[in-house]
Design a binder for this molecule. Structure first.
Ligand SMILES: NC(=O)C1=CN([C@@H]2O[C@H](COP(=O)(O)OP(=O)(O)OC[C@H]3O[C@@H](n4cnc5c(N)ncnc54)[C@H](O)[C@@H]3O)[C@@H](O)[C@H]2O)C=CC1
Ligand SMILES: NCCCC(=O)O
Ligand code: NA
Length: 489
């Protein structure tokens, strides 16, 4: 099948409503994960650019055209952005696929979700107008008051490469809906579509400084944002190690953070499932969608012993249907890993599992027919014990590890045997059992008889080392981007 052509725009940093060259004029090459070739470059911001962007954001908040807008006025901008995303959907999906290696089909799906998130937060921005001032009855004649909801201020949004524009949108849309001024720092591994969001904001006339986009390296562009005294909050999605650094730096200024730090999520399959093939399909989707580079990937399969061999046989049959190819081929089901560093990391996890005595039931290597690119076969690992690295650590690649159980208690213990607490899934037709698991699972997200569906209306985030705070839903806007005040009147 022909691979579609797409031109990668050459951009600068998006600051104060304009394209601006980084002060140090540095640029970072874009390396195609599918071909390993350099296909473009992005600007690399440093501390100096962060200072300029923070000033622009502060000016936006002080100006009436952004700082005094109603929610309804901000909703118009958000809806205009959503419309432009849909207008450019096919091009943006191709750019996303080129940049991070996700299949074109999944990238197009992401663009729909991006537009839907902007629409959703437009509705919430409008709804904020009636909630801005909430009277509180003190039952006193001498004191009267109300609670006021105001935008938190200048917010720093630091995002990863696995859903580049979607993860940015999950933070940008609520921040703008709330009336904050934002500085987005996307991942250096996939920034193309986030820069196009800058162009879209320019085209829809978003007031200068309301959103600024600084591409660049984590320590050079992300860290100065976190430690900047005039950035009032940091919302972050990414690795646990970087999350710890961000929380530590923010603590020096008592700056609030929300952290979404991934996981090692379980999918528990009981022998009473109605449709074995459907359960197999969800298991594969739950672990291999986006080549496993999903923070909520259900990468620990916990399988009832009585159906284990039949289930694994079907998994092996289904896995053969996964077409591995250039992600821009329309029928591709599994593209490459985002970068050479991540590719090496995934292969190292697999070889360590082997060294520790686990069995590689299938996959485990580069697919023979892909001569270039960071491709890894879909991999299933059995004979795993709970002290192995492959059971405990997030791989962020197409790697599923399997353990069996006999009783419900044992399944719960295995499911919760992790430092993480983002998501979990249970496959069973017994509704009461599913309810028991809802209580037992120590995670923020719980799926019944499926894995991964995500809804803009529902809070997204974890417990334990998966972080705290929530993306999505109305809780996000009220808890992360608004601040409460009350005056005595
Ligand atoms: N929770 C999730 O959705 C994600 C989890 N990960 C996990 O993280 C691992 C490593 O991936 P990386 O790309 O290295 O993730 P990372 O956590 O280092 O990168 C995420 C973002 O943080 C920025 N960053 C890095 N260091 C920073 C610092 N000191 N201060 C401020 N910002 C900083 C990066 O530039 C990027 O924008 C993956 O293998 C995976 O296990 C990666 C991406 C997403
Ligand atoms: N389906 C969206 C997953 C988001 C994440 O990996 O953070
Ligand atoms: Na890239």
């Amino acid at each position: 099948m022909a691979i579609p052509n797409v031109r990668i725009p050459s951009r600068q940093l998006y600051i104060d409503g304009e394209w601006r060259e980084p002060v140090k004029k540095n640029r970072i090459p874009i390396i195609s994960p599918a071909t390993e070739e350099i296909i473009g470059e992005i600007p690399a911001a440093t501390e100096e650019d962060v200072d300029i962007a923070v000033e622009a954001a502060r000016r936006a908040l002080a100006r009436d055209d952004w700082g005094s807008t109603t929610g309804a006025q901000r909703a118009k901008y958000l809806r205009a952005i959503a419309a432009k995303i849909l207008e450019r959907k096919s091009e943006l999906a191709k750019l996303e696929s080129l940049d991070c290696g996700k299949t074109l089909f999944e990238a197009a799906w992401d663009m729909d979700d991006v537009a839907a998130s902007f629409e959703y937060y437009a509705d919430l921005a409008e709804a904020l107008d009636s909630k801005r001032k909430t009277p509180v009855d003190l039952h006193l004649d001498s004191f009267k008051t109300y609670v006021l909801r105001e935008p938190l201020g200048v917010v720093g949004l630091i995002t990863p490469w696995n859903y580049p524009l979607l993860m940015a949108t999950w933070k940008v849309a609520p921040a703008l809906a709330a009336g904050c001024a934002a500085i987005l720092k996307p991942s250096e591994l996939a920034s193309i579509t986030c820069l196009e969001l800058g162009e879209i904001c320019r085209e829809v006339g978003l007031p200068p400084g309301a959103l600024n986009i600084l591409t660049g390296l984590g320590p050079e562009a992300g860290a100065p944002l976190v430690s900047h005294p005039h950035v009032d909050k940091i919302a972050f999605t990414g690795s646990g190690a970087t999350g710890v650094k961000i929380m530590t730096a923010a603590a020096q200024l008592v700056k609030p953070v929300t952290l979404e730090l991934g996981g090692k999520s379980p999918i528990v399959v009981f022998d009473d499932i109605d449709n074995l093939d459907l359960a197999v399909e969800w298991t594969l989707f739950g672990c291999f969608a986006n080549a496993g580079q999903v923070c909520s990937a259900t990468s620990r399969l916990i399988l009832q012993e009585s159906i284990a061999s039949e289930f694994l046989e079907r998994l092996l049959l289904w896995i053969k249907n996964i077409k591995i190819s250039d992600p821009l081929e329309e029928d591709c089901k599994l593209g490459p890993i985002v970068s050479s560093g991540q590719y090496e990391k995934v292969l190292k996890f697999i070889s360590k599992a082997k060294d520790e005595g686990a069995t590689i039931l299938c996959g485990g290597e580069r697919p023979q027919h892909m001569k270039k690119g960071y491709y890894v076969q879909p991999t299933i690992i059995t004979d795993v014990n709970t002290s192995m690295e492959i059971w405990k650590e997030e791989v962020f690649g197409p790697v599923l590890c399997v353990k069996t159980f006999k009783t419900e208690e044992e399944a719960i213990e295995l499911a919760n045997d992790t430092k993480y607490g983002l998501a979990s899934a249970i496959m069973s037709k017994d509704v009461e059992r599913c309810e028991r698991f809802t209580k037992a699972f120590q995670t923020g997200i719980i799926w019944f008889n499926c894995s991964q569906p995500t809804f803009t209306q529902l809070p997204w985030g974890g417990r334990k080392r998966s972080g705290f705070g929530r993306d999505l839903g109305e809780w996000n806007i009220s808890k992360c981007f608004l601040v409460l005040k009350w005056p005595q009147i």
